[in-house]
Design a protein around this ligand. Sequence first.
Ligand SMILES: [Zn+2]
Ligand SMILES: [Zn+2]
Length: 438
Amino acid sequence: MTIDQLKHEIHTAIDRRGPEILALADDLWHHPETGFREKRTSRVVREKLTALGLPIHEYALTGFRADLDTGREGPVCALLGELDALLNPNHPDADPETGAVHACGHNTHIAAMTAAAMGLCDSGAAAHLCGKIAFLGCPAEESIELDYRSELLASGQIPATSGKASMILEGAFDDVDAAVMLHVGGHRAMDSNGVVLKCVTFRGLSCHAASPENGTNAADAIELARHALALLRERYSRESMVRIHGIITHAGEAVNILPGSASMEYMLRANRVELLTDLSHRFDLAMRGAALATGCKLELRTLPGAQPMHNDPELYRLCCNAFDSLHPGNDFVKEIYMSPGSTDMGDVSCVLPALHGEVPGVAGTSHGADFRIVDPECACLESAKVLTSIAVDLLYGNGDTGRQFARRKREEHISVEQYRKLREKLAGSGGEKEEGNE
Ligand SMILES: [Zn+2]
Ligand SMILES: [Zn+2]
């Protein structure tokens, strides 16, 4: 069977499962769960993969890996899907109790990954491939609910606050030579910023607000700190893509009580690790300065978020070929664009060749109250066809193409141990724990 015939067989098998896949995506849309809480989502998808005869290994609390092993020596290609929803209670389809909603479309990502597994298994593709295809259900891509994740981290239930970072540190990618994930968007791929997360609390002394001389106002420290951060933005060039944004999570209980404590969460983003380190350091100086000026105590926690995402150009070329074969004669603007946002696929791209491609199928604002899936066939089934086409390109016959990625993984990417050290450096000292009190 030629490689094109094999892809055709797989794509036909995906189409045969179409109604089941679209029902899965719809079911997950109506049962959104945020990061590291995706118990139901994970169970529903794992049941589908188990029914295909794939063994499941669990990672990162709610994540998993299921391997289709061809039984022949060869490269390992990972196809990724994301499990988590985000929080936007203003969205009409948000869960009324939790406020969770799939306003980033991850329900279609995991449905597409499941469809890819079905297409490869139903068609008997393994007989024509070598190595393994690893299907990875990845939790907690969105950087939200930092307090909850900090508790999980402190109790040792996860090694990092994002899903893919946790799976890397737990060894899920150790033998993987290339990783492909498709997000809803356009016919393109996304490079993106890295991010560091900051949790800040200023502690002063509360008292009657009409007698402020008896206390220390922690909200004053917040005002000074935010002013310093506004000035800090001026330091960085436009090319650095630096973003500094945060929310005040707590700043007092009652208007007639001087706030005795006040807290903020911040995200610091930049397109290079060295810039992130510099930004993180200067953020800390600003917080210390605000604490010093107001006489407050400072509690500051640094959590490495995602690494900058660098798409592998060769994987992107295979992705574009797959688009072209599905849409002959198309005039899609195919490009790798730079997003100021972040994804933990960036962490994967640190340790091996990775692609964060996109497929269309959605409308409205990403993360917004008007976000919706308008073309589920494209978001789920076309995505699955592109995923499987790339896997076949890598593993067909003796897997010569995939072996090139294995070599480039060794030569051009850092090891998991080096990645672990990089995270520790970004966290300031010795890992993702409380970093400094003064
Ligand atoms: Zn998102
Ligand atoms: Zn997303």
